[in-house]
Design a protein. Structure first.
Length: 113
C-alpha cells in the first residue's frame, strides 16, 4: 500500500448531471485532479444559502409602485394638469423604493475574506 499523507477516504454519489458539472469545473480550474479540486473547495470554498424573500417583496413593491405611477400618468394625460398631490405621491413612492433598497442592502452579508 502506498504511503499517503492523507489517509481518510471520502466516497460520494453524484447524479450524471452533478458528475458532468464537477468534471467541467475541475477542467476550468486547471487543477490536476478531482481530489485536489475538492480539497481546495473544502479548505477555501464558500457555500451560500441565499434568501430571495426580500427580493420577491422588493419586486412586488416595485410592481405596485409602477401601477400607481401609471394611474397618475393617465390622470395627468387625461386632464392635462399636474396636481400637487400626484407629485407628492410620486415622491412618496420613490422614497419607498429607496428605503426598501437600502434595507435590503443593509441585510446583505459582508463578503470579506
Amino acid at each position: 500500500m502506498a504511503k499517503r499523507e492523507r489517509k481518510n477516504e471520502l466516497k460520494i454519489f453524484l447524479s450524471d448531471d452533478e458528475q458532468y458539472i464537477l468534471e467541467q469545473k475541475v477542467k476550468i480550474s486547471g487543477m490536476k485532479s478531482k481530489s485536489s479540486f475538492l480539497r481546495h473547495l473544502i479548505l477555501y470554498g464558500f457555500v451560500y444559502d441565499i434568501d430571495y424573500s426580500d427580493l420577491r417583496n422588493y419586486n412586488a413593491t416595485l410592481g405596485k409602485i409602477g401601477s400607481n405611477l401609471n394611474q397618475i400618468a393617465k390622470r395627468m394625460n387625461a386632464t392635462g394638469n399636474v396636481y400637487k398631490t400626484d407629485v407628492e405621491e410620486v415622491k412618496k413612492l420613490m422614497k419607498q423604493v429607496w428605503d426598501t433598497q437600502k434595507a435590503m442592502l443593509a441585510r446583505q452579508p459582508s463578503m470579506k475574506q
